[in-house]
Design a protein around this ligand. Structure first.
Ligand SMILES: Cc1cc2nc3c(=O)[nH]c(=O)nc-3n(C[C@H](O)[C@H](O)[C@H](O)COP(=O)(O)O)c2cc1C
Length: 191
């Protein structure tokens, strides 16, 4: 039995990187919000590779990650195959601080599906003291706007990205600045 609290998954939405596997065995990773509400765990997932994979094999793993570059890369492109490790045939991220594997039950919608998550097993690899860094949080916000920008190409998302980039410049470390450089590169550098 997994105590989800032990993994730092509290009420609200925790941003994790969800790994899944395609029918032909290709691993995939994408940032997804893990919702915990009134004792229920679920994700709201738009049509994507992640959703296709869950529909064909209803297993997913929440990788708890603190690397801003990994969030940007998995949101806007693919993670290199060598960054996955396989446990019992299922892909996880080598750099995860911990992971939880879930059985999924998908309520398919038109654009958006709700995926119920039941924890099956998990592992805590590293516990770290993690003071709040506004630069890290700003990268996460910028990455969300970037995933909308690449689909909708609306200037308002670029303006938001610029705003969060100003916080990264002020408060972030090297890794956060690298993440923003990668983000701009992956959205075609429209500065
Ligand atoms: C921090 C963060 C949280 C996200 N949360 C969600 C989410 O809860 N549901 C969703 O459908 N997409 C979410 N996204 C967007 C997906 O990660 C993005 O669309 C990704 O490209 C999907 O990849 P895939 O096609 O490989 O599955 C989030 C992105 C970021 C950066």
């Amino acid at each position: 039995m997994i105590d989800i609290e032990e993994y730092g998954i509290h009420e609200g939405i925790s941003e994790i990187i969800l790994t899944t596997i395609s029918p032909d065995g290709v691993p995939n990773a994408a940032p997804i919000g893990l919702h915990r509400k009134s004792g229920r765990l679920f994700a709201r997932i738009y049509n994507s590779k992640t959703l296709d994979n869950i529909l064909s094999k209803p297993i997913a793993a929440a990788n708890i990650v603190d690397d801003p570059v990994l969030f940007v890369q998995s949101a806007l492109s693919n993670i290199e195959p060598e960054r996955f490790k396989f446990i019992d045939g299922f892909p996880l991220l080598k750099d995860a601080l911990g992971w939880i594997v879930f059985d999924c039950i998908c309520k398919k919608g038109g654009n958006l599906s709700v995926v119920g998550l039941s924890p099956v097993k998990g592992k805590i690899i590293e516990r770290k003291l993690q003071p709040i860094n506004r630069g890290f949080n700003a990268v996460i916000e910028a990455a969300i706007h970037a995933t909308r920008y690449v689909v909708l190409k609306d200037q308002k998302y670029l303006d938001c990205i610029e705003y969060y980039n100003s916080i990264v410049k002020k408060c972030g470390g090297e890794r956060e600045k690298d993440a923003m450089m990668l983000l701009y590169e992956l959205i075609g550098n429209p500065k």
